[in-house]
Design a protein around this ligand. Structure first.
Ligand SMILES: Nc1ncnc2c1ncn2[C@@H]1O[C@H](COP(=O)(O)OP(=O)(O)OP(=O)(O)O)[C@@H](O)[C@H]1O
Length: 625
């Protein structure tokens, strides 16, 4: 059966191209400049194999010429130019890329990389222009031609005059409308900003006559404006330079030029990957936390370049959430771009780069921790919470990667320690890694629940961040040692006084039952404490939800009323216990009063609010009179 050819309605196709591919009009300039750069590159390649041709870098440039009077924007290049046939083929056929053909034919391999591949970028000019005129003279030709088009209607080609080899693209800008101001593309500042944003690392100078001001000669306070030709782009991206050519200052300057932050980065990572995936990257670990970092407004991501041309200002897929504080850029030739160069096809390359970057950041942070503890602690103060979120999120799938980057305040060392350091110091008989939760280190240090563990001489990690306990529950253990809250019912160290407390529990069973009834559903149980030494009372929790977790969950907007199973623990060695016993025998009303008072005291110690503060203060007054 004969295969029929698809027919394309080229007029319609062009309209689609112009109106649907790009989300931002300003990218037309990026596309035209990229074509100009490709055209110069082509001369460079020709010179490699043609002995009659030399490539003298200084002769090649791109010039941007806005003309307010004529409402035109001209982009001129000294590249290879186009013959009549090439104008016809390359600009008269949508999706025909002369550059792609050139690349394939010349099997280009070295550092100069031609950008064009889809054969559509040129038409983006019609987003901002009614009429596009191309005047071109090809290398090795004596004739010049003018190609002109008003868009979908078609184009004309005719001979014209042009002195030098190269191409001039003249855009007659559209009239302004209520929604669109095309004049902006005649404005020097705006043009400069667009060039800097997308085309800063085009290898050839992008020049423009820029208006400057100077003091009038012979005058004190009179100024005059004058035009000066300036090169707008930086040209050589520092990421393509060798690391040994660059100084710390170069990296810091780049950080500031790119507006990654106002601070000085504490570490930078320069990656030149040339293996399974080829890319260059410069990454920074900032010193200071951005003001919006822990808000929804904060956007993570790295700048993404393809061949030095900006594709995305913030590519989120390159950074995992737990490293969202990292700033920087990635440049790769191997990306699968979509036709507008605004997005990437979700490809293997990008995933490989992201994985690679993730491991490099992890290694860099681990090195920082080893080499400069003070700086790491400062970093952790800013971004540690994000690392802990990382341990907790995604069902703990990143906990192995992140656990050695965590720091917690230690009761014994009185400073921040790693889990590794904690475990390496554990006495042989210590079963668990102990932790205590609270608002501040000072408050935690005073918690009655810590008494037994501290008396045993064991180290306690202080958890002051809401996320801490959740993250640790996800970790479950570190190097085979389980985590244990000092408030949990079984601390694993009560052997000696275990039997005694059990006996006391039995002996005072009726008293505790009475107290439990007084407190009704507020507590699950009232027990003799195995952990209290000097304090009369404390609250602990049975089960998976701790009192701290209950507090955090309660503060969440969609809280599910998840509650900890609270246990009121009484220190039977404390003189208060005698008073309780006495009241139990002689005055049940008094026992009720004492029970409520002790319960409310325990709440206060935990940082929980009292249901009825007025009742509480009345109760305190009652025992005074
Ligand atoms: N300034 C120029 N000098 C020489 N040739 C040019 C110039 N501008 C465009 N061309 C030719 O026109 C072709 C089509 O350009 P167009 O921008 O539409 O696509 P492209 O650059 O090949 O691909 P992409 O859509 O990926 O940018 C180019 O491949 C190139 O051969």
């Amino acid at each position: 059966m004969a295969t029929k050819q698809f027919k394309a309605e080229s007029k319609r196709l062009l309209e689609l191209m112009i109106n649907s591919i790009y989300s931002q009009k300003e990218v037309f300039l990026r596309e035209i400049i990229s074509n100009a750069s490709d055209a110069i590159d082509k001369i460079y390649y020709k010179a490699l194999t043609d002995e009659h041709l030399t490539f003298d870098q200084d002769r090649y440039y791109i010039k941007i010429i806005p003309d307010r009077k004529k409402r035109t924007l001209t982009i001129k290049d000294t590249g290879i130019g186009m013959t009549k046939e090439e104008l016809e083929n390359n600009l008269g056929t949508i999706a025909k890329s002369g550059s792609l053909a050139f690349k394939t034919k010349n099997e280009l391999q070295d550092d100069h990389h031609i950008i064009g591949q889809f054969g559509v970028g040129f038409y983006s000019a019609f987003m901002v222009a009614d009429v596009v005129t191309v005047i071109s003279k090809a290398l090795g030709s004596n004739e010049a031609y003018k190609w002109e088009s008003k868009g979908a209607e078609g184009y004309t080609i005719e001979p014209c005059e042009k002195d030098s080899v190269g191409t001039e693209i003249i855009l007659k800008l559209k009239e302004n409308t209520e929604d669109e101001n095309y004049d902006e593309f005649l404005d020097e500042y705006r043009l400069k900003a667009i060039i800097k944003k997308y085309s800063d690392f085009i290898r050839y100078p992008i020049k423009m006559d820029v208006t400057e001001r100077r003091r009038k000669e012979g005058s004190e306070n009179e100024f005059e404006e004058y035009k000066e030709e300036q090169v707008i782009n930086s040209m050589v991206p520092i990421w393509r330079k060798n690391k040994n050519e660059l100084t710390k200052e170069d990296y810091e300057n780049f950080y500031h030029e790119k507006h990654f932050g106002f601070d000085k980065p504490i570490r930078y990572i320069h990656i030149k990957a040339d293996g399974a995936v080829r890319y260059n990257a410069i990454l920074y670990i900032p010193e200071k936390i951005p003001f919006d970092y822990y808000t929804q407004e904060y956007e993570k991501g790295l700048e993404l370049y393809s061949n030095g041309v900006l594709i995305m200002e913030k590519c989120p897929d390159l950074l995992p959430d737990y490293f969202s504080f990292v700033k920087g850029m990635v440049d790769s030739e191997d990306l699968s771009l979509n036709i507008s160069r605004e997005m990437l096809q979700h490809d293997r390359q990008l995933k490989l780069i992201a994985k690679n970057i993730k491991n490099k950041i992890k290694r860099e942070l681990a090195n920082l921790l080893k080499e400069n503890r003070e700086q790491y602690e400062a970093f952790f103060q800013s971004f540690g919470r994000q690392l802990k979120y990382g341990v907790y999120s995604d069902f703990g799938s990143n906990k192995e990667l992140l656990q050695d980057l965590l720091l917690f305040y230690s009761s014994k060392e009185k400073k921040y320690v790693t889990l590794e350091e904690y475990v390496s110091r554990m006495p042989g008989e210590q079963k668990y890694i102990y932790y205590a939760t609270g608002d501040t280190n000072e408050k935690i240090a005073k918690l009655p629940q810590t008494e037994l563990v501290t008396e045993k001489g064991y180290e306690i990690l202080y958890f002051t961040d809401e996320i801490d306990e959740f993250a640790i529950k996800m970790l479950k253990e570190y190097k085979g040692k389980e985590f244990k809250s000092v408030s949990s019912s079984d601390l694993g160290i009560e052997e000696e006084n275990e039997k005694q407390t059990d006996a006391e529990e039995k002996e005072n069973h009726e008293l505790f039952e009475f107290m439990k009834k007084v407190l009704s559903d507020k507590v699950k149980d009232v027990r003799a404490s195995k952990r209290l030494k000097t304090h009369p009372v404390c609250l602990t929790a049975d089960g998976d939800v701790s009192i701290e977790m209950e507090k955090v969950l309660k503060a969440m907007p969609n809280n599910q009323h998840i509650q900890a199973n609270k246990i009121l623990e009484i220190n039977v060695q404390h003189p208060v216990f005698q008073s309780l016993n006495k009241a139990f025998e002689q005055d049940k009303e008094k026992l009720k009063l004492y029970t409520n008072l002790l319960y409310n005291q325990a709440l206060l110690i935990e940082g929980l609010s009292i249901d009825d503060p007025v009742q509480f203060t009345n109760d305190v007054c009652k025992i005074m009179v």
